[in-house]
Design a protein around this ligand. Structure first.
Ligand code: UDP
Ligand code: MG
Length: 308
């Protein structure tokens, strides 16, 4: 019998967890002669009754376990804790809000039997999402795939089924700044994707606003690419070469025509322009230094307060 660990990060999901478990259990009974399910919920410092619901469920069902953090550490931390604690031969990561349809699991399991190491899922469309958010997501994936060596699949969700070997490989990456979309893809292995229609969450509301997503994208770029640093270097080089020519031109003009001083407006514009580029490049440098700073502190990614 294969043991399947279901890792579920939860942040303020008190209304969603029970329906989630119920739906999962119906899948569980459909697969019961092949797979034994083991649930691992991670309470990521929820402010609502999530923890007491989890305590309750862990008492009722012997295959339901939970980890509770000392505060909100973010979904990435929840995912990491779940993967570290999961004991299964197969591991899946799911949202608590049923946006990741459990009825895909049998099909995903079959794919693993066919020899795939990872079966990911992707949304076939972005129905029900604000258009502006879709536009920026599309831009992110386009840009990320241009500037990073790690392929990021548009619409891919964190919902995936992985073998023990894949999860062990993911856990060997010791970075504190964890960008899962990149890490999942970086480790490689034979991967396939299943598409499904986008679903709205069943209860509660999304914990991501536009600026969280923007910050998350910038994290993705900085964690998985050195291209922003190269952009800084190249804009610097190009403007340096350009200014050399400009100096030569001005000196020659002075020698031949002895031009009086004029054009202060253009001079000021150029100074402002150069100042802008410099600040921009320093900003990029700063982003990387901040990441190094966080990594060298070697802080734990999460702190567990309670287990059950
Ligand atoms: N989540 C979490 N910690 C956080 C934010 C979210 O563990 O700080 C969980 C959340 O409970 C859910 C999953 O991560 O199970 C995805 O979050 P959400 O549904 O808000 O994101 P969306 O599906 O809108 O991208
Ligand atoms: Mg969701």
């Amino acid at each position: 019998m294969t043991l399947l660990s279901v890792v579920v990060p939860c942040y303020n999901e008190e209304e969603a967890i029970r329906p989630f478990l119920k739906e999962m259990q119906s899948i569980e009974s459909r697969m019961k002669d092949k797979v034994a399910f083991d649930y691992l919920f991670i309470n990521d410092g929820s402010a609502d009754g999530t923890l007491s619901v989890l305590r309750d469920m862990a008492k009722t069902y012997s295959n339901v376990h939970y980890i509770s953090f000392s505060r909100n550490f973010g979904k990435e931390a929840g995912l990491l804790a779940g993967l570290e604690e999961a004991k299964g031969d197969l591991i899946t990561v799911m949202d608590a809000d049923l946006q990741d349809p459990p009825d895909l699991l049998p099909e995903m399991y079959d794919k693993i039997q066919e020899g795939y190491d990872v079966v990911g899922t992707r949304r076939a469309n972005r129905k029900g999402e604000p258009p502006i958010r879709s536009l920026f997501s599309k831009l992110f994936y386009w840009f990320a795939n241009k500037i990073t060596d790690t392929e990021m699949v548009d619409g891919a969700r964190d919902f995936r089924l992985m073998t023990r070997q894949v999860v062990d490989s993911i856990l060997t990456l010791g970075e504190v700044n964890r960008f899962s979309k990149g890490i999942f893809s970086w480790v490689g292995f034979k991967t396939t994707y299943i598409s499904f229609e986008n679903r709205e969450r069943i209860a509660g509301k999304t914990s991501w606003n536009f600026f969280d997503l923007l910050k998350y994208s910038i994290d993705g770029f900085v964690n998985f690419s050195e291209v922003p640093l190269n952009i800084a270097t190249w804009t610097g080089t190009v403007s340096f070469v350009f200014s050399l020519f400009a100096i030569i031109f001005i000196v020659i003009r002075k020698l031949i025509w002895d031009d009086p001083v004029s054009g202060w407006a253009s001079t000021v514009s150029i100074i402002l322009f150069m100042g802008g580029i410099q600040l921009f490049c320093i900003g990029i440098l700063g982003k990387y230094i901040a990441k190094i700073f966080l990594e060298t502190k070697k802080r734990p990614v999460y702190i567990i307060k309670e287990k059950g």
